[in-house]
Design a protein around this ligand. Structure first.
Ligand code: HEC
Length: 162
């Protein structure tokens, strides 16, 4: 009986491990997430799923809670330092006091590196920059990888362009 039980426990562990392995290695997104790379409608729904729950559908944000994603993004995406900041915010999150359009925010955005691949971060950033900021779609899978190499997994706040 004991042997049977421990066999059962081992089976459970193996099962949990393989589920985790599948999860960690998923290259394209699994069914729980909206796949990107399929045109503007898919990008809009990926934005709604990953960002819009806080920053709202038109990027307008919620005063005092979630900052708007607005014209500042165009300027930031036009420089290496600004791109690195934006990539870091998506991958590592953002914690601490920031001022946006005269309004103070002292919130916390969770890092999304575990949920988003580099190409997905590139597409989401291109979406917000072109939709909400009249900027250009400058992010690519390799530019995101280069930004991540440059910034590592440290806090984003010190990287924020003035
Ligand atoms: C759980 C809520 C939440 C989600 C989801 C979220 N954000 Fe944020 N985001 C925040 C908060 C809160 C801040 C401000 C953090 C602070 O006050 O330090 C922020 C800050 C930012 C900033 C920096 C703004 C600035 O002025 O420096 C950018 C850019 C940004 N988010 C983009 C995104 C994008 C793109 C996504 C989706 C990939 C996303 N966020 C998902 C809550 C969220």
């Amino acid at each position: 009986m004991l042997k049977l039980l421990s066999g059962f426990a081992l089976g459970l562990m193996l099962c949990a491990c393989s589920a985790q392995a599948v999860d960690a290695s998923r290259a394209p997104l699994a069914g729980d997430l909206v796949p990107l790379n399929s045109g503007p409608i898919a990008e809009a729904s990926a934005y709604q799923q990953h960002c819009g729950i806080c920053h709202l559908d038109a990027g307008q944000g919620v005063p005092g809670a979630f900052p708007p994603l607005d014209q500042r993004l165009a300027g930031w995406s036009g420089s290496d330092a600004g791109q690195a900041y934006l990539v870091s915010v998506l991958a590592n999150g953002l914690y601490g006091a920031v001022e946006v359009n005269g309004q103070q925010y002292a919130g916390a955005m969770p890092g999304l590196a575990a949920q988003l691949s580099n190409i997905e971060m590139a597409e989401l950033l291109n979406y917000v920059v072109t939709e909400f900021a009249d900027g250009a779609a400058v992010f690519t899978e390799s530019s995101v990888a280069a930004s991540l190499d440059a910034v590592g997994a440290g806090p984003s706040l010190p990287l924020r362009p003035q």
